[in-house]
Design a protein around this ligand. Structure first.
Ligand code: 5AD
Ligand code: SF4
Length: 474
């Protein structure tokens, strides 16, 4: 592959070549990932690309030849985190001048100039559609000392042929599409990740089959808006149907779905497969039609509630989570109350709540926005505490019920316990063994277990094992 003109050489700042850079097959890359699941999935793609060029991942920062930060621009605080991390890494660079530090992801796309000029220690800036170039940019940098920048957005790149390098685990992310064309007025994603494009259906299915062969029991199909998936006449429901039929012993989930174009066909597909999790992350953003319009969300609260009602009528136990943005420009106390009302009406299992953060280039950026700190704090707290009460109520109502969970890992709090997940994406803590007719069976990651819920708080369920199953469906 040739280096293209996209790679701007920062000649005025040419550095001595990094002659000690290891060129054997033991180059070590250390990656930190920030932000959404899409970024975590992209990190696996970057590692997949780099492994072809002889790189190995290290989890020891000090052992690395290359440090990459895969960044997020969604809110200001996400970007500030990266700037302060770069300040910390300054010391690593001083300690080892041959160390290469690169910025990947949304911030690379949005802040390339700033990063090159302000953060002179950054050697490499690569946007989400240019990850194939990372190894060559590094080689070029090591040879010539020229900084590498590749930030062109693509209309076709889906990395369909790249085998992501995943850490072992029971659950895996599988990216099915990239980019977003919805242009919600608050969101930078269409600017940092570009236009929507889908992977081939065959590519997704074959990756899912490989994952199952490696022991993965829970696959998340990922996209900024999965409802936009299109490939050779197939839509997302077709893709979901194919993956679920191919792998009846694997749980299939997806995220994120936009309420505007979530189809009845998709709900019917979910209802017709036992192994498709009955759970939808469906961002509402606001409970006020006026604000939804200002956000360009393309649906009304009534439409949203109808989608939920239809889903619940087909799948009575379905779980929902959402995203809410508080204090969007122009949000009145009345609008805020409407959001609280909507949360009460839906009774979400969980919600991710954010304070609006102005993002350059977006349409909302030019809208007047000035909320006193105490209003922002109070509104956000009201949403969080209402949701916490609802989550607690829902979780408490599960006490005494039997749930099937897929065991994921040892619990972080105790190595005598394991953590598993229900179909509705609830975390359940269970003991690490099960005694049946005086016969002790140790639990391990990947087991499918029926548990009786015995205790609950707003975030977690605690269960007793009733039986260890041989399959999801029996
Ligand atoms: N400010 C606050 N929250 C935002 N989100 C996206 N852009 C912004 C912003 N500018 C939230 C939305 C989206 C989630 C991924 O992040 O709720 O659904
Ligand atoms: Fe951003 Fe809206 Fe696209 Fe989601 S649907 S990524 S919030 S523009």
């Amino acid at each position: 592959m040739e280096l293209t003109g996209l790679i701007l050489n920062n000649k005025t700042e040419a550095k001595p070549s990094l002659t000690h850079f290891r060129k054997d097959n033991d180059k070590k890359v250390y990656i930190e990932t920030y932000g959404c699941q899409m970024n975590f999935s992209d990190t696996e793609i970057v590692l997949g690309v780099m492994s072809r060029y002889g790189y190995n991942e290290t989890t020891e920062l000090r052992d690395s030849d290359v440090i990459l930060l895969n960044t997020c621009s969604i809110r200001d605080n996400a970007e500030r985190k990266i700037y302060s991390r770069l300040d910390e890494l300054k010391f690593e660079k001083r300690r080892n001048p041959n160390l290469i530090i690169g910025i990947l992801g949304c911030m690379a796309e949005r802040l390339r100039r700033d990063l090159l000029e302000e953060k002179k220690m950054v050697d490499l800036i690569v946007g989400p559609d240019e990850y194939r170039k990372v190894p060559e940019l590094i080689d070029n940098l090591a040879e010539t000392g020229e900084k590498g920048i590749a930030v062109k957005l693509s209309r076709v790149e889906t990395y369909d042929d790249i085998a992501p390098l995943r850490r072992e685990g029971v659950s895996a992310w599988l990216s099915i599409m990239r980019g977003c064309d919805k242009f919600c007025t608050f969101c930078v994603v269409p600017f940092t990740r570009g236009r929507e494009r889908s992977r081939s259906l065959a590519g997704v299915v074959s990756e899912a089959v490989k994952l199952a062969e490696q022991g993965v029991k829970d696959i998340w199909l990922l996209g900024q808006n999965v409802n936009s998936y299109r490939h050779e006449g197939n839509d997302f429901a077709d893709l979901l149907n194919t993956v679920a039929s191919e792998l009846p012993q694997v749980r299939i989930r997806y995220t994120t779905s936009h309420p505007y174009d979530l189809s009845v066909k998709l709900l019917e597909t979910m209802a017709s497969h036992d192994n498709i999790c009955k759970y939808i992350h469906l961002p509402l953003q606001s409970g006020s039609d006026r604000i939804l319009k200002l956000m360009n969300r393309l649906y009304s609260v009534k439409h949203y509630m109808n989608v939920m009602k239809t889903a619940r009528s087909m799948m009575p136990d379905i779980g929902f989570s959402t995203d809410i943005i508080s204090c969007f420009p122009g949000e009145s106390e009345y609008d805020h109350r409407m959001t609280l009302d909507a949360i009460r009406e839906v009774r979400y299992d969980g919600a991710y709540t954010f304070l609006y953060s102005p993002r350059e280039n977006t349409r909302a950026y030019s809208m007047e926005w000035n909320f006193p700190e105490e209003i922002r704090k109070r509104r956000l707290e009201e949403i969080i505490s209402l949701q916490r009460e609802i989550s607690f109520d829902i979780n408490r109502s599960l006490i005494g019920k039997i749930k099937t969970i897929v065991v994921e890992s040892r619990s972080k709090k105790s190595d005598k316990q394991f953590l598993g997940r229900t179909d509705c994406n609830k975390s359940v803590i269970i003991p690490d063994n099960f005694v049946n007719n005086s016969c002790r069976q140790d639990i391990s990651a990947g087991d499918i277990v029926d548990v009786e819920i015995r205790k609950a708080n707003s975030a977690t369920l605690f269960g007793e094992i009733r039986c260890v199953r041989t399959s999801l469906t029996v």
